[in-house]
Design a protein around this ligand. Structure first.
Ligand code: URA
Length: 243
């Protein structure tokens, strides 16, 4: 592996940042100051920055309780980015797994593992469960319509909720197995209601850790990563304990 990739992977910093360290003579490989970003690093080499040994990290998987007013962009530079909930160094290459609207709160997954991101967001793989607050009381007709399928403007395929459970006279728990643009808001508008609050409770079999305050985050355990992919508990246990 190239030295600059090793430095990015072990610190989470960008390639341009790590190159400034190399130019400044702050990086050593096996005790010798490194001068070239493309210098190869082999297994067993010891790479240090300012004398501190750097260890290559594996991919990262986090959950964050997305606060209202944050956006799912890939750039920390946007002051509204939800990535700013995570310290820059830790989150430099993280991406949001799917998108939530600026006013939607709750479970958002972040990862720098593109393949896992794809598996979790793929339609039909991991169901997503939302608590929905409505402007007006729901009716049986609305619930039937959501479960049999709603025609969204400009779309050929009906949008169908996998499950709709009343939580109160003007609140619902809605389960989807896909994530179209503003899907819940558009579905509720199509049946004659309006969403005034939206909170994601779970992705696959992974629920938001309710000890996380809005804006707080934590790493996922291996079994939680598997639950988010929508695999059943036996498959998750087998993956985290392969013998
Ligand atoms: N549906 C929406 O309308 N918005 C979201 O953020 C998620 C699902």
């Amino acid at each position: 592996m190239r030295l600059d990739r090793y430095l990015c992977g072990s610190t989470g910093d960008s390639r341009s940042t790590v190159r400034t360290w190399i130019r400044a003579g702050r990086v050593t490989r096996n005790g010798t100051v490194a001068t070239r970003p493309a210098e190869p690093v082999s297994n067993g080499d010891c790479v240090s920055l300012d004398g501190t040994v750097l260890v290559l990290r594996g991919p990262r998987y986090l959950m964050v309780n997305k606060p209202v007013g944050t956006v799912c962009t890939a750039a920390h530079a946007d002051p509204r980015s939800v990535l700013n909930c995570v310290p820059i160094q830790a989150g430099a290459r993280l991406q949001c797994v799917g998108r939530l609207d600026i006013d939607t709160t709750g479970l958002l997954l972040l990862s720098d593992d593109g393949q896992w991101n794809h598996r979790v967001s793929r339609p039909g793989r991991s169901t997503k469960v939302y608590r929905v607050a409505l402007a007006a009381a729901w009716t049986d007709q609305m619930l039937d319509h959501l479960c049999t399928g709603v025609q969204l403007r400009g779309e050929r395929r009906l949008a169908v909720a996998c499950d709709v459970t009343p939580l109160g006279p003007d609140s619902l728990r809605v389960t989807l197995d896909e994530g179209r643009y503003h899907q819940i808001k558009r579905m509720l508008a199509a049946v004659g209601n309006r969403v005034v609050g939206l909170h994601r409770l779970s992705v696959g079999a992974l629920a938001l850790d309710d000890s996380l305050a809005p804006g707080a985050w934590r790493e996922l355990t291996e079994i939680e990563r598997c639950r988010a992919e929508g695999l059943d508990e036996a498959a998750c246990q087998a993956r985290s304990d392969p013998q």
